[in-house]
Write a protein that binds this ligand. Structure first.
Ligand SMILES: [Ca+2]
Ligand SMILES: [Ca+2]
Length: 160
């Protein structure tokens, strides 16, 4: 039987979700907070959050920031604890327009998560984050404009 490429992709998706159900946790890591408009001379960064119950090895995983003017891949390493946070820093040379989309790929190159397109040219300590952590309805409403909480819970988004 010959599968069209679209069908093959669906099979891959199904396999991914089966793996998630079986506890490997590949689909448990999400992009939790993004800073694409840092304050003066700051660097863009992306916070990941593991919504699952077990640590996930991030070796070979990649965060990719797609700005209007450039694409920035960030290679990940190490592992992320259950309910843990890690931060992937961009490079100082990546001067953001504030308009960008962030993608997360696993070690096989499959896309695990993506944000809605973000737009922020304020250059302040405010970021876009999921509130509460890991909120994932795949709509723009997943991300709220909030005070930065780099490497820690986004909490309820109370301004501090
Ligand atoms: Ca900011
Ligand atoms: Ca955070």
């Amino acid at each position: 039987m010959i599968l069209k490429s679209g069908s093959f992709f669906k099979v891959l998706l199904a396999v991914c979700c089966l793996l998630a159900i079986s506890g490997l946790g590949l689909c448990d890591v999400v992009i939790n907070e993004v800073e694409l408009s840092p304050p003066d001379s700051g660097t863009v960064w992306v916070e990941l959050y593991n919504t699952g119950e077990s640590a996930v090895d991030l070796t070979g995983w990649t965060v990719k920031i797609v700005d209007v003017a450039w694409t920035g891949p960030i290679a990940l390493k190490g592992s992320i604890d259950a309910k843990g946070f890690i931060v992937a820093d961009g490079q100082p040379a990546w001067v953001t327009t504030g308009n960008g989309t962030v993608y997360l790929y696993d070690s096989s190159g499959s896309m695990v998560d993506k944000t809605s397109p973000q737009s922020d040219d304020s250059h302040t300590d405010f970021t876009y984050g999921r509130i509460p952590d890991g909120k994932k309805t795949d709509t723009r409403a997943d991300f709220a404009f909030m005070m930065e909480s780099r490497g820690r819970s986004n909490g309820r988004g109370v301004r501090v």
